[in-house]
Design a protein around this ligand. Structure first.
Ligand SMILES: Cc1cc2nc3c(=O)[nH]c(=O)nc-3n(C[C@H](O)[C@H](O)[C@H](O)COP(=O)(O)O)c2cc1C
Length: 400
């Protein structure tokens, strides 16, 4: 029997936590519940005590057993902690290491795996601070029980509803059956990964070049998440405004040709390649030694094809797992499927760059992962740092 510590915080969805306690108990989990002060404005400790048949914890300073420090012992007792519903306030406290009540003190004091089910008004959810805090928690290894879209108590029909108790139960079952990745025992531990990121720039003359809008954010987020999971990461990046993540080897390049050389050099000793850079398909046929002077009439420039890095990797891979990206403005699925086959890639992560609210320079994106075996996994719209976690979580369960 597994022990679940359920942390209930002060959101309108606190009533769902009573149902969750019931479902977990019926599924043979041993459930103990902690409530914040504000949670008790919505639900009573007695309801949880009666359903879970266990003591309920509300105050760090009421020590029920003199032989132990309650908030430390409780965290260690649990096989998993579930924060449901998780308010924006408690999420912010957890992301910043604040421990000023029973819930936050217990969670800060334990290494037990944590699941978090945000529930709040859509603007609170989409607020930059909340998204930043969620990204911090996700990068710290919290499992994210994504809120659904639907009717919210505030009157909006939007994203922010707490994940349904049945779905939470299923995620926990998955976790305990080893179907969900355990980030501490990540498959990426010790693996050598190459991540390509950012744009390339293709020079026409000493002052002009052809480039694109890629910010590099996705690749840098992937490099950071891989490194946190124990991978040895080489980040081969075109010019960006980003700092290299900690413990990641950064190889700065400019042109597609330089990126090709840098990847080729390291490919043999690599286990997995994430090709998230936006590599120019064409470069000016000739790089002029001097600045091109204005002339009468139009200018015609001839472009040559740059090396097709992904194709080269697909043709030359022996053990390597190839993750390609497809940024398209139309027929996304058809193009992704075609690229998967023609370039001998294992997964294509596709997105619509025609939507200016996501993609290139934005912090957000929305991806679908297309696997070689025909499986398609929709990742939805998220901050790129959260998408990086979702991409890796997904690969953890499917990459052999
Ligand atoms: C009627 C009502 C409903 C609320 N619902 C939510 C909610 O769904 N999500 C949320 O993050 N905060 C919600 N709040 C605000 C929180 O209760 C408030 O931020 C509180 O400080 C959270 O405390 P806690 O995180 O310690 O439980 C609500 C407040 C009221 C009065």
């Amino acid at each position: 029997m597994k022990n679940i510590l359920l942390a209930v915080t002060g959101g309108i969805a606190a009533y769902k936590a009573i149902d969750l306690t019931s479902k977990l108990t019926q599924a043979d989990y041993e459930v103990r519940v902690m409530l914040t002060d504000h949670a008790q404005e919505f639900v009573t400790p007695l309801a949880f005590q009666a359903i879970g048949r266990n003591p309920v914890y509300t105050n760090t300073f009421i020590e029920q057993n003199p032989e132990e420090i309650q908030h430390v012992a409780l965290g260690d007792w649990a096989d998993a902690i579930v924060v449901a519903p998780a308010t924006a306030n408690t999420i912010a406290k957890l992301a910043n290491g604040i421990a000023d009540d029973m819930v936050t003190s217990t969670i800060l004091a334990t290494e037990t795996p944590k699941f978090i089910a945000p529930a709040m008004n859509v603007h609170m959810y989409e607020n930059k601070r909340t998204q930043h805090n969620l990204a911090t928690l996700s990068a710290d290894g919290y499992y994210f029980l994504e809120p659904g879209e639907g009717f919210l108590a505030c009157g909006y029909v939007a994203k922010g509803r707490m994940e349904e108790p049945l779905q939470i139960l299923e995620r926990l079952n998955q976790y305990f059956n080893n179907d969900l990745p355990n980030k501490k025992n990540s498959k990426f531990k010790g693996v050598h990964a190459i991540v390509t990121a950012g744009p390339t720039i293709e020079e026409l003359d000493p002052v002009r070049y052809l480039s694109n809008r890629s910010s590099g954010k996705m690749g840098y987020a992937l490099a950071e998440s891989l490194s946190k999971r124990g991978a040895k990461v080489t980040l081969i990046s075109g010019p960006t405004h980003l700092d290299a993540p900690k413990n990641v080897e950064l190889i700065p390049i400019e042109s597609a040709q330089q990126m090709f050389e840098a990847v080729k050099l390291r490919f043999d000793s690599t286990d997995i390649v994430f090709k998230s850079a936006a590599v120019s398909d064409y470069a000016p046929a000739e790089m002029l030694d001097h600045k091109l002077k204005k002339q009468a009439g139009d200018l015609t420039v001839t472009f040559k094809r740059t090396p097709d890095i992904l194709k080269y990797l697909g043709e030359n891979k022996h053990k390597q797992f190839l993750v390609g990206f497809a940024a398209e403005t139309q027929n996304i699925e058809t193009y992704a499927q075609k690229k998967l086959k023609s370039k001998n890639v294992d997964v294509i992560i596709a997105n619509n760059v025609g939507d200016r609210t996501i993609g290139f320079s934005s912090d957000d994106n929305a991806y679908t992962m297309y696997y070689k075996n025909g499986k398609a996994v929709e990742l939805g719209k998220h901050k790129k740092v959260i998408l990086a976690e979702h991409i890796l979580d997904n690969l953890e369960t499917r990459w052999q």
